[in-house]
Ligand binder design. Structure first.
Ligand SMILES: [Zn+2]
Length: 167
């Protein structure tokens, strides 16, 4: 099984002039688009599944908002990769969730609420909520979590080869 994952191009007009080359995982995980694609691949390895009627292969992308899908089978719903998951209806960027997942699950870090609050520059309550929801995702959606874990490790390995890892 192969996942067509490509890191997005670095933002142009950045302050630093970056040499061309593969992105490191840390860099890729700053991009919400990349993180959305990771989550979509992890949740729907065979393509988006309608959260309303369960149809597969009938989803089409809406242009109104990135990550929003509609279903051609039931024609009644709009859904995204977080619909029906513990990450639903959060105002935080998707990249925060994937980064926290990567730190705690893949990296095996046991972060306290204060550490999450500092690392992500979010309020204490938000940090607490982030840890709780990521834990809920791991427990409640084990298949998605396993795939996400694997995708992150694969990307990390790929970007390491041919790339002298900095930091
Ligand atoms: Zn549907």
């Amino acid at each position: 099984m192969s996942y067509p994952l490509h890191a997005p191009a670095p933002h142009s007009g950045g302050a630093t002039d970056r040499a061309a080359g593969p992105m490191t995982l840390q860099e890729a995980l700053r991009s919400d688009d990349f993180c959305r694609k990771l989550l979509e691949n992890a949740r729907w390895p065979a393509g988006p599944v309608c959260t309303n009627c369960g149809a597969t292969g009938r989803a089409s992308k809406l242009t109104t908002r990135p990550g929003l899908w509609t279903c051609r089978a039931c024609r009644r719903c709009q859904f995204s990769v977080t619909s029906g998951t513990p990450l639903h209806r959060t105002r935080l960027p998707l990249s925060y969730w994937v980064r926290l997942f990567n730190m705690t699950q893949v990296g095996g870090l046991e972060l306290t609420i204060s550490q999450v609050s500092r690392r992500f520059d979010v309020a204490h309550l938000t940090a607490e909520n982030m840890l709780k929801r990521v834990e809920e995702l791991k427990v409640g959606m084990p298949e998605m979590s396993d795939r996400l874990d694997r995708l992150l490790r694969e990307f990390s390995r790929e970007s390491m080869s041919g790339h002298q890892a900095g930091n």
